[in-house]
Design a protein around this ligand. Sequence first.
Ligand SMILES: Nc1ncnc2c1ncn2[C@@H]1O[C@H](COP(=O)(O)OP(=O)(O)OP(=O)(O)O)[C@@H](O)[C@H]1O
Ligand SMILES: [Mg+2]
Length: 352
Amino acid sequence: MNLPFLSHNELVVGLDIGSHAVKVCQLKQTSGGYTILTLGSAVLPEGAVEDGTLNDPEIVSKAIAGLFQNLKIKNKKVGFSISGYSVIVKKVNLAVMEEAQLEEHIMAEAEQYIPFDIEDVYLDFQDLKTGHQDTDRTDVMLVAAKKEIVDDYLDMLHGLNLNPVIVDVDGFALENTYEYNYQKTENVALVDIGASKMSINILSQGISVVARDIIVGSRQLTEQIQNIFDIEFEEAEALKLGSIQSEEKREEIEEIFSTTCTQWILEIKKAIDLYHANHPDQPLKKLILSGGGAKVSGLIEYLAQETELKVELFNPFLKMTSNSNKIDPDYLANIGPEMAIAAGIALRPSVI
Ligand SMILES: Nc1ncnc2c1ncn2[C@@H]1O[C@H](COP(=O)(O)OP(=O)(O)OP(=O)(O)O)[C@@H](O)[C@H]1O
Ligand SMILES: [Mg+2]
């Protein structure tokens, strides 16, 4: 696993393998910043990816191959990100040490911090260098990911003749996209609402201080619509997205949206309250929403009203250029919130 090293110009192709869809994004570094070369997404059947686990590598592999073919992506170096129960991210406060000594210490002490058998995980760390002159301690970010889960992804990608050179973590990738596009030092809550999980990452002066995944997401809405009207998943999804409309179902659908969004907002508020309790002198300035679930109509306004924060939709391409003859600006604006993680991986330089 590689945490970001900013030394090389060649970028990886960013792959975000979510439970609803695979997203791919390829960027190019130019003298003025970044240009989007290509991007796209492919919907996966239900159950192919669940809680960060690759249940059906064959189907996911086909979806990725299709995207690479349609988008004519030649670069074999890819980065992907992991999330869910198989990855643990933890910040520990340690005495300041040289890199080699720190590695030795972490390897020897890791079991104290990580609830997995050390033999079963890939371990990585980064010294956040938070130590100031008056302290000899620093925060170190530890990441442990279950080998069997990561290896399934690596095997699938190798099977496609791709060269996975970066394993990222959803929350870090999101933070990376934010850092490139927005004002780094603002106190901000990044909230990604996908199909089956919501990731909350609160940054205080550019440093992640609250990070949690909650098992809620936009698929909940589809499943409730499916159950209440006893219809197929696809029809329920279309009703949810408004691509088919039904006047007689409207009221009940609105009720489902309202109850579910209230539940999401309660979870977000809990994280914000925790943050404010620990950082009373660093009030949050705003909340930036990403993921397909961020597009639920009315959610932004509802969230702004309930949290009294400025709430906006994540635009991962805010500071990037693109060729409007190749990428339709409307498509780009519409897919933006779902692309925040893939873009954050695509911003990583390849180190191999
Ligand atoms: N306008 C919309 N209103 C409500 N839900 C939407 C809208 N647009 C997309 N979605 C939902 O967003 C989800 C897809 O978002 P996204 O691609 O971020 O999920 P994912 O990354 O695959 O999932 P996860 O991260 O939870 O594994 C789907 O459930 C889709 O129905
Ligand atoms: Mg996702």
